[in-house]
Design a protein around this ligand. Sequence first.
Ligand SMILES: [Zn+2]
Ligand SMILES: [Zn+2]
Ligand SMILES: [Zn+2]
Length: 225
Amino acid sequence: MLRGMVQLVALLRSNGNPGCFASRQRHEKLYFLVTTYHIYTALQSDCHVTVTESKQHQLSPDSTSPIEILTLRVESINPAVRPFNISLNSADYTDFREKLRAPIRTSPNVVIHQTISELFLETFRAQVELNQRYKLPSGQEVEPCIGCMQVPASTKLVRLCQTTGMDNESECQQCFCRPMWCLFCLGRWFASRQDQQRLETWLSSKVPCPTCRAKFCILDVCMVH
Ligand SMILES: [Zn+2]
Ligand SMILES: [Zn+2]
Ligand SMILES: [Zn+2]
């Protein structure tokens, strides 16, 4: 029955949902495999699809790649078709939207991060919030971020990873730069230095300070206060 369909989503680990499929066939049916035992079908031309929720799965330095799961509500104008929900990895969302012959609406409160770099920035921010804060020496003023010039430079690199016992063989080096970058610009820099094919290494990798090139890891990024 599923032959000839385009598989859009691999197995979703988080909720045991086997995935969903959309058909490219002439009859324009839309198939969603929602549970192991049920296949929900609806005509694409009759469908209203709405993204109702986006859930991020926060990560720690020793877990794998960041993941965002979207919940899509499928409603048909045909009263015989009961509404149903499907789960979709946001990395597959663009592909799914292109193949679907029905518009997708997004609930006003839902933000879809879509690109893996954007998604990573959220994880980066959440991780840095857990780190120790850096107290600016008295008399020192916070300057604007030299990356965007829009917001104050809010980060300082302090070699903390060894003291936290996360990495005794750390190759990180102490950076002596004053706070120069905002968290967003530093996170973008961090993401841009990663191997785009190996997401599982992102959080644990070391990258050079954008100014002095001293190596740092995510545990060394401190928010300035
Ligand atoms: Zn900035
Ligand atoms: Zn530096
Ligand atoms: Zn480090």
